[in-house]
Design a protein around this ligand. Structure first.
Ligand code: A4P
Ligand code: MG
Length: 157
């Protein structure tokens, strides 16, 4: 059975976000033909978008899955629902759990309900910093002037 390596973004800013994100890692293990290979530390950040919502806890993880991208998306949306996610139609509103497919192998996908790589991921520090922690080589391939400057400063001391 062919399996792909997939990076997921995990975020929460409602109802005990730290527990939500760590519990989400366990929930991912229960998806068919899927297992979690690596998880990043948890990072706290101010909300991107509407400011009248709590700070976020974010992390990323690497999973291995036999599911095709759209089947995986469906399973992730079911996990979000299991975690009490409500979609109120507000863009970038508060949520108990958000699971985004950041990268699916080396595939590029653009359909009505799925865009991979995830839109804007290279510009979001709450994605790039945890991704750098677990997959530094992956992040170095991205075109992000801020990140390139940051890495250069880090390496040059
Ligand atoms: N969709 C398309 N591509 C993907 C993908 N690669 N992975 C579609 C997952 N979903 C994808 O998502 C809306 C639709 O995106 C889905 O129906 C799916 O078909 P959603 O989860 O219902 O709504 P959303 O998450 O509010 O929308 P969006 O535009 O995906 O928002 P983002 O990009 O997820 O950003 N601030 C901080 N500090 N930390 C955060 O994690 N997150 C957001 C949401 C805003 N501000 C934040 C954070
Ligand atoms: Mg999302």
């Amino acid at each position: 059975m062919h399996k792909e390596h997939v990076y997921l973004g995990v975020g929460s800013n409602l109802e005990n976000p730290i527990k939500r994100v760590t519990d989400a890692f366990s929930a991912l293990h229960t998806i068919e033909d899927t297992r979690v290979l690596k998880t990043s530390s948890l990072y706290s950040s101010k909300p991107m978008g509407p400011q009248d919502q709590p700070d976020y806890i974010n992390a990323v993880c690497l999973i291995e899955t036999a599911l095709k991208p759209h089947s995986l998306l469906k399973q992730l949306q079911q996990v979000e629902l299991d975690f009490g996610r409500e979609r109120k139609g507000e863009r970038w509103g508060a949520r108990t759990l958000d699971l985004d497919i950041l990268l699916y192998g080396s595939q590029q996908i653009k359909t009505a309900d799925l865009t991979i790589p995830h839109i804007g991921m290279a510009e979001r520090e709450f994605v790039t910093v945890p991704l750098f922690e677990i997959a530094p080589s992956m992040i170095c391939q991205m075109e992000n002037p801020f990140l390139i400057g940051w890495l250069t400063a880090l390496l040059m001391g």
